[in-house]
Design a protein around this ligand. Structure first.
Ligand SMILES: Cc1cc2nc3c(=O)[nH]c(=O)nc-3n(C[C@H](O)[C@H](O)[C@H](O)COP(=O)(O)O)c2cc1C
Ligand code: SF4
Length: 474
C-alpha cells in the first residue's frame, strides 16, 4: 500500500488538541451536563473552553476538570469476577500480577495451544466486542487468521470517546498487565507481528501505566514478544471508529472509510488487521485459562460474560461495576443506590449515539439485542442517569452540539444535518410544522451515514421524538 505522507499541519487541523495545550481543561461530556448544578462554575468554564474537552473519564465525580483526581468506587456484582479483581487490587507491578496468576494464560497459549485452538476457545466463549458494535471476537480473529497476507496487525482501541464511560480508562490504569496479556494472546492467535495501542490524550495515567507495563513485560520475555507501539490521541471522537483509527495510525486524516473491505481483510498499511476494544481484550486471559465454555456460563441470551458498567455522579453510589449480562436496568439503578437528588427521568446508555431509556423501560435486561429492541444500545456500558432538572430539549441540544462538533464532515447529512437539528432545537422545542424536515434529516442520517456518529445521531433524535415528544414538540 502507498503510504501518503500529507504535511502534518494538514492532518492536525482535524484534531482539537494537536497543537494546543490548556493549563486546565473542563469536561463538556453529558455526565457533567446532567449534574452541572453541583458545580455550575466548572460547567460554565467547560462551555467557554475552546477547543472543547469531551469526556475526561471522571463521570463518577462530574462535573470534572483535569485537575481533579479521585478514585471511583469499584465493585463486582457477578457470581465470579472476570475483570473486577484486577481492577480492585490496582496491580502496580508485573511481579504482583504474576503472583495473581497473570501471564500464565499467554504462556499456556504459546506453549500448548495452536492458533486455531485459541480462536476456537474465543469462539466458544461467544465474547462480543465491548467497543459498541458487539461483533463476535472469535469470528473477527478467524477472519484475520484466514487471510493469505502474512503481515498482520493488531490494534487495541483505547480511545473510549463515549461520554459517561470510564471502564477502559481504569482497565489501562489499574490493570495494564491484564490488557497487554490479552493483546499478546490475540497477536499470537492472528499471527500479528506488531501491536498498536491507541489511547486518548485525556487519559494521561492510562498512557503512562501501559507504557511502563510494556517495558516490564518486554524485559520479562527477553524481548521475545511482538513489537508494541503506543499512539496518543489528539482530541477527536470519530478517530475511535476503527477505520478512522487505521487512517490515524497511517498518518492520514482520521476519517472513517467505507466497508468492505473490512480491516481483517485490508486494514493497517493495507494488511489484515484486528481492531479490538480494551475491555474486549481484557477478557481473553480468563477465557484461555478457564476455557470458552466456562466464560459462556456468564450472562444470558446472545450476550455472554460480564460487562463493566460506568455509573455517573448523579447516582448515590457512582462508580465502576462488573455485572453479568442479563441483569435488569432496574437492578443497575438499585446497585447505584438510586439518585442522589430528584427522580429518575431517564438513562442515557451508550451515549451519545443511542436512544434514551425511560423509567417505564427499566425492566429491560442488559444485553446487546435487548437494548436495541428499546431503541438504545450498549455502547461502552456507560450509563448516565438524569433527573427532572434536565429539560429534554436542553439535553438534545447538548447531544447535537457534540455530534456537530465531532462530525468529521465527510458525509453531507452528518455535516449539515447535525447542525441543522441543533439549530432547530436551540429555541427550546421543535414546532409541529418542522417535523417533516426533521424526519427527513433523521432518515438521511440513519440511512446514508458512513459511521455510527451520523446514524447514532439520527437514532437519538428519533428516540427523543418518540419517547419524550410531549416535551419537545409544540
Ligand atoms: C464514531 C465512533 C467512535 C467509536 N469510538 C470507539 C472507541 O473510542 N473505542 C472503541 O473501542 N470502539 C469505538 N468504536 C467502535 C469501533 O469502530 C470498533 O467497532 C471497535 O473498536 C472494535 O473492537 P471490538 O470488536 O473489540 O468492540 C467507535 C465507533 C464509532 C462509529
Ligand atoms: S457519519 Fe459523520 S462522522 Fe461519520 S464519516 Fe460521515 S460525516 Fe464523518
Amino acid at each position: 500500500m502507498v503510504r501518503i505522507n500529507l504535511p502534518k499541519k494538514e492532518i492536525n487541523t482535524f484534531y482539537a488538541f494537536a497543537d494546543k495545550e490548556l493549563p486546565e481543561e473542563y469536561c463538556r461530556g453529558l455526565a457533567c451536563f446532567v449534574n452541572r448544578s453541583e458545580n455550575l462554575d466548572y460547567w460554565n468554564k467547560a462551555k467557554e473552553q475552546n477547543p472543547r474537552t469531551y469526556c475526561l473519564g471522571k463521570c463518577y465525580s462530574a462535573p470534572s476538570s483535569t485537575n481533579m483526581d479521585s478514585k471511583p468506587l469499584i465493585d463486582i456484582i457477578s457470581k465470579e469476577p472476570i475483570l473486577g479483581t484486577f481492577l480492585k487490587n490496582n496491580v502496580y507491578s508485573l511481579s504482583d500480577y504474576i503472583k495473581m496468576g497473570g501471564m500464565s494464560s499467554y504462556e499456556y497459549a504459546i506453549t500448548s495451544l495452536s492458533q486455531k485452538d485459541v480462536i476456537n476457545e474465543v469462539k466458544d466463549s461467544y465474547l462480543r466486542g465491548r467497543g459498541g458494535a458487539g461483533f463476535p471476537t472469535g469470528l473477527k480473529w478467524e477472519s484475520a487468521y484466514n487471510q493469505k497476507e502474512e503481515e498482520r496487525y493488531l490494534i487495541i482501541n483505547g480511545d473510549e470517546g463515549d461520554p459517561g464511560a470510564f471502564s477502559d480508562r481504569f482497565l489501562m490504569e489499574y490493570a495494564p498487565y491484564l490488557v497487554i496479556e490479552g493483546a499478546l494472546i490475540a497477536a499470537y492467535a492472528i499471527n500479528a507481528k506488531e501491536i498498536y495501542f491507541y489511547i486518548r490524550r485525556e487519559y494521561p495515567k492510562s498512557i503512562s501505566r501501559i507504557r511502563n507495563a510494556i517495558i516490564e513485560i518486554k524485559n520479562y520475555f527477553n524481548n521475545k514478544i511482538p513489537k508494541i507501539n503506543v499512539e496518543i490521541g489528539k482530541g477527536s471522537y470519530v478517530v475511535g471508529e476503527e477505520t478512522a483509527l487505521i487512517n490515524a495510525l497511517m498518518g492520514r486524516r482520521p476519517e472513517p472509510m467505507p466497508r468492505p473491505p473490512y480491516p481483517t481483510e485490508k486494514g493497517l498499511f493495507g494488511k489484515p488487521t484486528v481492531v479490538n476494544n480494551v475491555e474486549t481484550i481484557s477478557n481473553i486471559p480468563y477465557i484461555i485459562k478457564n476455557g470458552g465454555k466456562k466464560y459462556y456460563e456468564f450472562g444470558f441470551s446472545k450476550s455472554r460474560g460480564t460487562k463493566l458498567i460506568s455509573l455517573n455522579s448523579l447516582f448515590k453510589k457512582p462508580g465502576l461495576y462488573e455485572v453479568e449480562f442479563g441483569i435488569t436496568l432496574d437492578e443497575i439503578v438499585k446497585i447505584g443506590g438510586g439518585l442522589r437528588r430528584g427522580n429518575l427521568k431517564g438513562l442515557i446508555i451508550g451515549a451519545p449515539l443511542s436512544g434514551i431509556v425511560t423509567p417505564e423501560e427499566l425492566n429491560t435486561r442488559l444485553g446487546y439485542e435487548e437494548l436495541r429492541e428499546i431503541g438504545s444500545s450498549l455502547g461502552h456500558g456507560n450509563i448516565i442517569a438524569f433527573n427532572e432538572e434536565t429539560k429534554i430539549s436542553e439535553l438534545l441540544y447538548e447531544i447535537l452540539e457534540f455530534s456537530s462538533y465531532e462530525s468529521c464532515g465527510k458525509c453531507t447529512p452528518c455535516r449539515i444535518g447535525t447542525k441543522k437539528l441543533r439549530d432547530l432545537i436551540s429555541k427550546g422545542y421543535f414546532e409541529k410544522n418542522e417535523l417533516k424536515e426533521i424526519n427527513n434529516i433523521i432518515l438521511a442520517l440513519r440511512n446514508t451515514s458512513l459511521c455510527g456518529l451520523g446514524t447514532g445521531t439520527g437514532e437519538v433524535v428519533f428516540s427523543i421524538l418518540n419517547k419524550y415528544g410531549n416535551e419537545v414538540i409544540r
